[in-house]
Structures are given as structure tokens and as C-alpha cells.
Design a protein around this ligand. Sequence first.
Ligand code: PMP
Length: 290
Amino acid sequence: MGEKVFLNGKFVDAKDAAVSVFDHGVLYGDGVFEGIRSYNRKVFRLTEHLDRLYESAQSIRLKIPMGKEDFLDKITQTLKINELDDGYVRVVVTRGAGDLGLDPRKCKTPAIFIIAGKISLYPEAFYEKGLAIVVSKIKRNHPESLNPKIKSLNYLNNILAKIDAIDSGAEEAIMLSVDGYVAECTGDNILMVKNGRLITPERSVGALEGITQGVVIKLAEENGIEVEHKKILLDEVFSADECFLTGTAAEIIPVVKIDGKNVGNGIPGEVTQKLRRKFRELTGTEGTAY
Ligand code: PMP
């Protein structure tokens, strides 16, 4: 992690960066967050991440006591102060400290913190050889319970599925919706390729609207790859030609096995590799400079 953390308006030493035990982010997971990457002293898709942060906050009726422009500034400053050329930024807004008891009105001031550090990546071999994942028995939260669109501090649904993956010796797991459609993985979106078309779960199924996924869809369209949003059954993933995951930390990572069965011919597919190359061209050039 970096040396300095932005906490409630100030930069403090990482070892002194602490929030209250009465913070409802700690007590109840009541808060929102973002994970953002910078490459080459440029923050990738910063505006999109900030928009999603403010939307998540609005969904839980949390008013962020700082404007977006100011927030953007603080994020780039955090990277600068920690002298990170390539970094990972964790942005968190909690409900703040209050009494015990769920009532968010007990919390007067949201806590804001920004941590910047080095990114820890999947080993390069996973990108070249592809990932073996499993299907979790844990269903993704129903959108009418806790909408997966909201990037909230309450990640237990995903953590339970991650534990399930680890128990099966895998790094990632597919999470299905309560009615059995492919939603996403524990910390990444999932896409597949069939007959040259890129297929991604329809929004109504309930997943985080990934920023990386959005970039990949745009790249596909610009490169003449047709994109389809639909309700995907597990069988369709098993019979797909290619499958891959997207996420800020993972970028684009091929999936070659699900529950021990090969996807396509069991090696990263051509469309996946092409999109990976295009994606890496973008991250090296576009972004908010600091
Ligand atoms: N789904 C979940 C549950 C996530 O936590 C994330 C982010 N790690 C993603 C998808 C990918 O989203 P993004 O591309 O915006 O990082």
C-alpha cells in the first residue's frame, strides 16, 4: 500500500489511517466503493468510476459531502503523493459514525477515504493459458433485495461465492441469478463468444455494470464484432466457443475450463485475445493524467 491515505479531507500516514468502530460502514457494510486503475500516470476511465460511485451512493441515499470534481482531484493527488505511475486506487465512502442501530439518520457525516497502492495481478500465466473456474452454489443477490448494480461495502454475497470457489480449488466462480441465469463472477463480469458474436448477460439478470465490460463491448463494436445482451443459461456457457472475465483489476482474462470441463477447445480464444490486445492499447494511452 501507499504511504499516505486520503482520509476525511487530509492526507495521513497509512499507519494512522483509521475509521471509528461506530462507523456504519464497519458495523453494517453501509457504504459504497470503487476500485480504479492507473497506467502510465493516467487514471483509466476515472469519470465513469466516479459516476458509478455517486450513483451507488444515491441508491443507498448516501449524500457524498464532496463534489465530483473535487473527488477527482483528490484521487489523482493520492496517486501523485504516493509516487505511483501504475496503481490501484480504492475509494470508499461510508455512512459515517453513529450510534449502534441500523438507522442511517444516526450518522451525521459520511467518511471518505482513498487508498492508493500497487496492483496485485493474476499471474501472467493465467492470461496466456486461461483460468479454470467453477459454478458457485451461492446465488447472486436478487436485484429486488440488494441490487448488484450498487457497488456497496456489503460484499458478503460475493465473499460466500469466493469461499465456495476456493473450496473447489478455483480462483473465481460463476454466480447465477436466483432464477438460474448467468449473472457474473465474484469480482468480475463474464462474457462469452459464440459463432463470432460477443454475448453478455442482459442487465435485468442483475450484475455490477462493469466499466471494463463497457469498454470491451465498445471495442468489440468498433472492431466489427456483433454484441448481444441476453439471458444466458449455464448450458450456453458450456457450449460457447470462448469465455472470458472482465474487471478493473483482472482486465480481460480468458476462461478455459468451467467445473472441470473445457470451454471451446480449452485454450484462450481468438476473439478474447484480440480484445485483450485492443484493451491494452487503450490503457496505455487514454486516461486522466496526473
Ligand atoms: N462484478 C463485480 C461483483 C465486481 O466487484 C467488479 C469489480 N471488481 C466487476 C464485476 C468488474 O467491474 P469493473 O470492470 O468496473 O471493475
